[in-house]
Design a protein. Structure first.
Length: 289
């Protein structure tokens, strides 16, 4: 039978842990509400902007040369990997890192890859393993702001435009709901628009001052918005994963406490029974003498 003192210490320890996990769940829930509100407001704008851009460029056929849509032989790659700054969020970080490693070992095996980690966990993982990384932006999730995301987008866009990168891809968790986050691999550059194919556009747009001017101004905006949306998706997914993980940890601590309290009561009852038996045995011995 377990020692009463040891069991009591374990009960105290598990109770403290349960209080911490419950508090972390509440904090994650508060942050999730804000992050979820931001991404739900961003999605319609991003989707509509992308839809308009695709329609306009596709409708123009080969009349416009969009530098960010140029298809080139993939010799150099920029891989943007989004994780969190902290742990205790289940498989959120490991799933994103596994997806990135799979790309490195398979799809981009023959290319010169630069990792752009967003989040300390990605930075720590890839820096410790000797990958070529850009560590200028990994602390972005401390306070997500559009201006910082815009700088990252400009870095990728300028690198692609200058020929430094032939391909830019993003790995992040897409927020579906509190309990579900989908690991997503998304092509950032070249854009997923083929300007050489002309198709019928269901919506007729009147563009001023010209189609070329509007598209050249719209493309960079759409790319920055695409990256910002991915960052917001990852941020909301992190808080959702942490809230779910801490909720499960709190439940597990409660179950463990029930088992420990039962064990404590059994141990105490066994100790009392042993004491009674010892007293009875001593009394019988005295009577015999």
């Amino acid at each position: 039978m377990a020692n009463l003192k040891e069991v009591k210490q374990r009960i105290t320890s598990v109770t403290s842990t349960q209080q911490i996990t419950r508090a972390m769940k509440m904090v994650a829930a508060a942050k999730l509400r804000r992050a979820q509100d931001r991404i739900l407001k961003m999605r319609p704008y991003s989707q509509k902007l992308t839809s308009i851009l695709n329609d306009v460029i596709s409708g123009m056929g080969g009349e416009l040369d969009v530098v960010y849509a140029q298809q080139r032989e993939v010799k150099s790659v920029l891989l943007v990997v989004m994780t969190s700054d902290k742990g205790l969020c289940g498989a959120f970080n490991s799933n994103a890192i596994k997806a990135a490693v799979y790309l490195l070992e398979n799809r981009f095996k023959a290319a010169d890859v630069t990792i752009l980690p967003l989040g300390k966990k990605a930075f720590e993982y890839f820096s410790k393993r000797g990958y070529q990384i850009n560590s200028d932006y990994y602390g972005i999730f401390a306070d997500v702001k559009y201006d910082e995301v815009r700088e990252i987008a400009l870095y990728a866009m300028k690198g692609f435009e200058s020929g430094k990168f032939d391909h830019v891809a993003m790995v992040y968790n897409h927020f579906r709901n509190v309990a579900t986050q989908d690991v997503t691999v998304e092509q950032f550059l070249p854009m997923g628009v083929d300007a050489s194919e002309k198709k019928e556009v269901s919506t007729d747009y009147i563009l001023e001052p010209s189609k070329e001017y509007v598209v050249q101004d719209l493309v960079p905006t759409a790319l920055k918005t695409q990256l910002y949306k991915a960052v917001l998706e990852s941020n909301a997914s992190e808080h959702g994963a942490r809230m779910t993980s801490m909720d499960k940890a709190t439940e597990n601590a409660g179950e463990l406490l029930k088992e420990l309290k039962l064990l404590y009561n059994r141990s105490r009852q066994a100790a009392i029974t042993n004491e009674i038996l010892e007293i009875v045995a001593g009394a019988n011995a005295l009577e015999g003498n």
